[in-house]
Design a protein around this ligand. Sequence first.
Ligand SMILES: Nc1nc2c(c(CN[C@H]3C=C[C@H](O)[C@@H]3O)cn2[C@@H]2O[C@H](COP(=O)(O)O)[C@@H](O)[C@H]2O)c(=O)[nH]1
Length: 341
Amino acid sequence: MEVFPSPLESARFIAGHSRDVSVDEEGARRVAESLFDRASAAEFGLAGWKSLHELNPRAASAEAVDWVFLVDTLNFSFWSEQEEQKYLVKYKSKTYSGYWSLCAAVNRALDEGIPITSASYFATMTLDQVRHVFRSDTEVPIPLIEERHRVLNESGTVLLEKFGGSFLTCVKMSEKSAQKLLRLVLENFPSYRDEALFEKKRVSFYKRAQILVADTWSVLEGKGHGSFDDISSLTIFADYRIPQVLVHLKAMKYSEELMKKLREGTIFQSGDREEVEIRGCSIWCCALICKHLLELYQKKGQDMREKINAVLLDYHLWDYARDHREEMKDIPFHRVRCIYY
Ligand SMILES: Nc1nc2c(c(CN[C@H]3C=C[C@H](O)[C@@H]3O)cn2[C@@H]2O[C@H](COP(=O)(O)O)[C@@H](O)[C@H]2O)c(=O)[nH]1
């Protein structure tokens, strides 16, 4: 049986050997305290995935699960070199940027009668068809269009050959275990294997694989085939926004030399030491915030393990980063062009 390193153990190891990034335990505690009241609010919970985001599916159907699979297969690299020159998609008289531009393009295609979420379609899509579906409403195209074409064909082919073209089939095989679904995704879909070498050790982040499991849990509303009893075993999803918000909230710190490189807009490569430290420390920092949050509730005699986990903390912090873009503009995000996040 193939061994997949645990993202949480990887994060612990990276945080323990990191040079340019540090987790601030006091800062993490303060973030937990600031979230304390909000964590028991409805928006923080699972229902927020649909109620807060108009582009997410309303249904909990097999088609909705396929929508999640397609989107998370392409859920990477939306940042633009120049902030003012970026990929944008207009949908139902609203203009979307970043991750939401991907969702808007998918929904636009579905409205045009293009079965973009069907494996039988995206398994054999041509590059021109991908260019058409994800066309931009500015002169800036979606980044990594050739890579998106490749992962679409690859993932669609596997979904057809091994799971009858339906990601729900894969979910059913996981028998309500998030870790089993994570393993099935990693074993079968190579583009999801988000790993690196750090201090000669194989470490993992599995950002798209873990968010795929989390979004599947969310779209199925934690019920039926999506009632994962081990959903709390997932970590946050190490993208390029969570580190930014953790530094903004002073739960994580960068060295002067790293801050300088980030401010200059240095483009890092997947697996660079600084990139691995940023991603691993982000995961570790959020694990500490979760721990402190649960302890705060325990002191109040409330067992919130069903309501607080890294997934819901991640969604909250990611949405916070979106809503506080202006306030966070002095904190640079790290730039890597890759298919992992
Ligand atoms: N850690 C984490 N990373 C996330 C997401 C999402 C979308 N999930 C939302 C959908 C339903 C839920 O309610 C979530 O709110 C996208 N990303 C990553 O962000 C980056 C894009 O950023 P920007 O350029 O600002 O749009 C890119 O790496 C993308 O992969 C998340 O949830 N967590």
